[in-house]
Each structure stands twice: as structure tokens, then as C-alpha cells.
Design a protein around this ligand. Structure first.
Ligand code: ZN
Length: 244
């Protein structure tokens, strides 16, 4: 089984289309999304439509929660708050309802999907301490999930637990043989923050027990222009080119 894992689309239609073209070139049996379909960029309805129509299995991100009205963006910075309230105003009723009914977390075969941290959508995994806590939570889940896929930081990251010793890296490829547990972030489709402005995703091949990371270029200029035309904060347009 080949699973494409995408995260943090953030209403960036150009990036999402490029990623889906990249995935179909590489070949995948299914696509899963780690939340934050909307927020920040200017095409929330178009991106939700694609996720629905393509039957991409998705969970809720913190921006989806606030844009759909499930919660208020109390902990958001002013730019993110402005963008999420703009998104709430333009989302169609159908798309708002679609977002509201997404699960917060999801177990699929041997892997687990969550947005920020296990049982806490808003918390980031940044350090080995954060990872240790999430490895413990992964272990306590029913079933046999040894891999946790997460988003939220918009930074590609691999955390492995091998006999209690933790390692953190940013490789192009991960071989899972011998790895007890791992937590993996594919990077962001629509607002990468790891210095590479290209849209990011990964492919998990369960037969080969291998994960490969990929980046694809997209029309940043077009996305930028739409952000400015929509009256969203200009900082959101500028950061896309720098990948930060
Ligand atoms: Zn996000």
C-alpha cells in the first residue's frame, strides 16, 4: 500500500494542485491529510472542494476548527486571526459543515493521524521532550499504531524511538526496519516554513517499510496575488516566497 501524506494546505490552491499532480506521477493508493485545509491563503472553498471530491481522508487542524466555528481563535496571533475570520466569512455552508464533521484524530492500519500533538490539536511537537510524551500516548492507543503522522509546525521532521533512544532528523528518506516507533511531519503543502518554498508531501510505502519526502514547485506569484486581492495581510503573501 502506498499512502501519500499531506498537511497544512492552508487554502493554497496552486500548491495543492501541484502536489496532487506530483502524487499522481509517483503513484499512490490513497491520500491522507493532517488538517489545516484552510486558513492563511485565499482559496479555502476550492481546497475543501478538492479534498471532498477526491475523497482525501482528512482530520481537523486548528485553523479548520476556528474557520468552521467549532471554536474561537483566542490563541491565534493577529495575522492568523484575521485570516481565519476572513475564511469563516467566505466558506460555503456546505464546506463549513464538511470541516465541522471531520475527526480530530484517526487510526488507519499501522499509522495514526493527528494535527499538533496526540489528544491536543493546538500543541506543537518541537522538542525531544514533546516527542517523548507523544510516543507514550501513541503506545497507549488501542491497536498497533507505530507511526504517528503530524503537521502544525509546517516543518519536515522525523523523530524515531529505538529502544528508548530518540533521534531527530530531516532526511529525504526513512527506512522503518528496526524502528519501534516514529513521529513524522511531511512539511506543509500551502505555507512551508523550513526555508524551502516548494510544496511538501511524503509517500509511505507499507510493503517496503519506507517513507520518502518530496517537494514540488508551484505558481507562488499567482497565490500571492490572490492573497493581496482578497485583502488578507500582505505578510502572508511575502512569506510564501521565503518558505518561512
Ligand atoms: Zn497549519
Amino acid at each position: 500500500m502506498r499512502t501519500a501524506v499531506i498537511a497544512d494546505i492552508h487554502a493554497n490552491l496552486e500548491a495543492l494542485e501541484s502536489v496532487l499532480a506530483g502524487i499522481s506521477e509517483l503513484g499512490a493508493d490513497e491520500i491522507v491529510c493532517l488538517g489545516d485545509i484552510v486558513g492563511y491563503n485565499a482559496n479555502p472553498n476550492e481546497c475543501v472542494d478538492i479534498v471532498r471530491d477526491r475523497k482525501i481522508v482528512s482530520i481537523l487542524g486548528n485553523h479548520d476548527i476556528c474557520a468552521s466555528g467549532l471554536d474561537e481563535p483566542c490563541s491565534f496571533n493577529p495575522t492568523a486571526e484575521r485570516a481565519v475570520l476572513w475564511t469563516r466569512g467566505v466558506l460555503s455552508r456546505e464546506n463549513r459543515s464538511f470541516l465541522m464533521h471531520l475527526p480530530r484524530e484517526l487510526a488507519i492500519r499501522d499509522f495514526y493521524l493527528f494535527h499538533g500533538s496526540i489528544h491536543d490539536t493546538n500543541r506543537y511537537i518541537m522538542s525531544k521532550g514533546d516527542a517523548r510524551e507523544n510516543f507514550r500516548r501513541l503506545e497507549r492507543l488501542p491497536g498497533v499504531c507505530r507511526i504517528g503522522f503530524f503537521g502544525h509546525t509546517h516543518v519536515r521532521m522525523v523523530l524515531c524511538n529505538e529502544q528508548g533512544s530518540l533521534s531527530c532528523s530531516y532526511p529525504e528518506e526513512v527506512l522503518l526496519q528496526g524502528v519501534e516507533q516514529c513521529l513524522i511531519n511531511p512539511g506543509s503543502v500551502g505555507q512551508p516554513r523550513d526555508g524551502d518554498p516548494r510544496a511538501a508531501f511524503l509517500i509511505y510505502d507499507s510493503m517496503e517499510r519506507k517513507i520518502t519526502f518530496h517537494h514540488v514547485a508551484y505558481d507562488i506569484q499567482k497565490c500571492r496575488d490572490k492573497i493581496l486581492q482578497a485583502g488578507l495581510p500582505s505578510h502572508l503573501a511575502e512569506r510564501l516566497e521565503r518558505g518561512e
